[in-house]
Design a protein around this ligand. Structure first.
Ligand code: ADP
Ligand code: MG
Length: 612
């Protein structure tokens, strides 16, 4: 493993060096291009290519990283263009380049305001609202002639530099903006901010339960994907010298941006740039070489169809996975290998676990939640004593998972209260509940599928701060803590594996380590033994006991009654959305109500399985 690992590292290093050399070469070539040629056709092509690359890289932040497909991002091109043009009209003696930062600022402010509203919607509604945003902006510009000159458009001053310089100042401005956009995109990927965006893309509700303030992250990603488009719009307006609403707020631009990113590879750093450098020149060439004006549209449609059919992930991801497959071939497959014996983690010194009849640390009072006519949780009330391993049992459909969703904040209750450590949390957002010490796992594990195991464990956040967002995604101390936790659940050797390659049981273990990263006071486990093998069940029970003796309180939903009876005290029984009784395992087993109505069938079935 270590020999294979070091070879891989060497190959990786060599690849990184080759990539660096190609990049430096490309940047130098772009910087020198003006010296080599004074052909206006190619200047124009380069300028439009940079513009498309800026838009594609920016769009990739909201739609590739965060997973929110926007068709309205080209509105910021118009917003930037108009901001620059209108200010330039007031100050004819100042070069319009000076107002480009203002264009970026205006775009950021509008993106923040619009983002607060738009980012509350998801999926199709979001796409449709972004299109609406684009059209509404256009309509506003058309119908506010006092400010925008309406449909007659705005003319900017002509460039005053020597004609020998041709369009090179535009070329260099957009080149710099393009490099800045790529730098932003690169930086985001390396920070906690970017990690949060990836988490949102993979599973937004889950991201919220592990402490990611999804509201702020989403709005910021919308802003980040607007700023440079706005600045580029400012330069572009000056380049065009005449702008009007229909050309500046054109959805075809958005479509072209999407096409560039999808072709190059959504969610990657270089995909959008590569896509832009392929598509824009292609369009320019076909525009001049082919007859008729609508070739661009026909080509867009055709190309989109080809990409979707034959290269659905785009060029860069396809190449990357091809390379990875080749390198992996020699290596022994780790997945499916036996788990190592869990190594014990040293929990921080804590007060020893209190007795099962300690003060309540989690309280639920009269909790209700209906789905249409079905009352899934119907006035459930119970308390979880501090330091206990409390079991929540009940037949399928009795509302256990829904109760967890209400406690964790994934769903909001119709009525009732939830108190954590004496404090009401039922109105708080999921991440605020996580900050107060609540951690939960899901019945069907929900890891961030496009992240590695280590990234999954490092992703949870225990507080929100602006500075934290800029911290590196996988920091030193956190990575060490994550390694310890992975050790604890026996999954350390899988740390660099993609989460979606793990078996179900392995995913459960990683999800447990992930939750422990939050250092929660109360841990809700939804069917930790569901669908995994008996040896692992025993190991999980052992881990739970150990964490409990280190001070963690558990509330566990579980169908495996032998496990529940051996592990949990007290037990709560839920039936039709209400807690019908509480007691020690012995009391619950002896309670005729429970035996008849609930344990009866289940328990008999379990016994049969055990003896079979
Ligand atoms: P349990 O976890 O105890 O098996 P659940 O809490 O998952 O039960 O479900 C309780 C009831 O609520 C079930 O009848 C289920 O079909 C229904 N239910 C759960 N979630 C939803 C939902 N999102 N929409 C509609 N019905 C739901
Ligand atoms: Mg359930």
């Amino acid at each position: 493993m270590s020999a294979a690992g070091s070879t891989t590292r060497r190959v990786d290093r060599r690849l990184a060096r080759a990539r660096g050399a190609v990049l430096v070469g490309a940047v130098v070539a772009l910087l020198l291009l003006p010296v080599a040629s004074d052909d206006l056709f190619y200047q124009n092509m380069a300028i439009l290519t940079f513009l498309l690359a800026i838009m594609a890289s920016s769009w990739n932040i909201i739609s590739g990283y965060t997973g929110y497909v926007s068709l309205g991002q080209s509105a910021f091109l118009g917003i930037g263009a108009y901001t620059t043009a209108l200010i330039a009209l007031r100050f004819p003696d100042v070069t319009p380049f000076a107002f480009v930062p203002v264009a970026g600022l205006a775009s950021a402010v509008i993106a923040a305001a619009v983002g607060v509203v738009l980012m509350r919607t998801r999926d199709h509604s979001f796409v449709i609202l972004t299109i609406a945003f684009l059209f509404v902006t256009q309509i506003v510009v058309l119908n506010w002639p006092a400010l925008t000159h309406g449909s007659s458009g705005v003319t900017l001053p002509l460039p005053r530099w020597d004609l020998d310089f041709q369009n090179w100042p535009f070329y260099y401005s957009l080149l710099i903006l393009m490099l800045a956009t790529i730098a932003l995109s690169w930086w985001i990927r390396r920070t906690k901010f970017g990690m949060g965006l990836f988490a949102i893309r993979d599973d937004e509700d889950k991201a919220a339960t592990v402490g990611i303030n999804t509201s702020i992250y989403k709005v910021l990603s919308f802003v980040a994907s607007a700023v440079f488009i706005g600045m580029a719009g400012g330069v572009f307006a000056y380049y065009l010298t005449f702008i009007e609403p229909r050309g500046m707020f054109d959805i075809v631009i958005s479509v072209q941006v999407v096409l560039a990113v999808v072709l190059g590879g959504r969610g990657t750093l270089w995909g959008p740039v590569l896509g832009a450098f392929m598509i824009e020149p292609l369009f320019e060439l076909t525009n001049t070489e082919l007859p008729g004006g609508n070739w661009r549209l026909v080509l867009s449609g055709g190309l989109m169809a080809v990409v979707v059919l034959f290269l659905p992930r785009g060029i860069i991801p396809s190449l990357t996975s091809l390379g990875r497959a080749r390198r992996e071939r020699g290596k022994a497959a780790l997945v499916g290998a036996r788990l190592e014996r869990p190594v014990r983690v040293r929990e921080r010194a804590r007060t020893p676990a209190s007795s099962p009849d300690g003060r309540p640390i989690l309280e639920v009072k009269g909790l209700r939640k209906s789905f249409g006519g079905l009352e899934a949780v119907a006035g459930a009330s119970f308390a979880v004593p501090e330091g206990s391993i409390c079991g929540l049992i009940g037949p399928n459909g009795s509302g256990k998972t829904t109760t967890f969703n209400l406690i964790g904040g994934t769903m909001s209750a119709d009525a009732g209260e939830v108190l954590l450590d004496g404090r009401r949390i039922d109105r708080l957002r999921p991440w605020e509940r996580a900050y107060l010490g609540l951690g939960r796992t899901f019945q069907i594990t929900r890891l961030f599928r496009q992240m590695s195991v280590l990234e999954n464990v490092v992703a949870p956040l225990r507080t929100f701060s602006w500075r934290q967002m800029t911290a590196s995604a996988v920091g030193g101390t956190e990575a060490r803590r994550a390694d310890e936790l992975l050790d604890f659940v026996g999954m350390r050797r899988f740390r660099d594996h993609p989460a979606d390659e793990l078996s179900f049981g392995q995913q459960k273990l990683v999800e447990l380590a992930q939750i422990l990263m939050l250092d929660p006071k109360v841990i809700l486990l939804d069917e930790p033994a569901g669908g995994i093998n008996p040896t692992l069940i025993e190991e999980i029970a052992e881990m739970i006991r150990e964490l409990n003796s280190a001070g963690k309180t558990f509330l566990i939903v579980e169908h495996n009654l032998p496990m529940v009876l051996g592990l949990c005290d007290p037990l709560l029984v839920l039936a039709r959305g209400a807690c019908i009784c509480t007691g020690t395992p012995r009391e619950i087993q002896a309670n005729p109500l429970v035996l008849d109505a609930y344990l009866g069938e289940d328990y008999a079935a379990e016994e049969e399985v055990e003896t079979a």
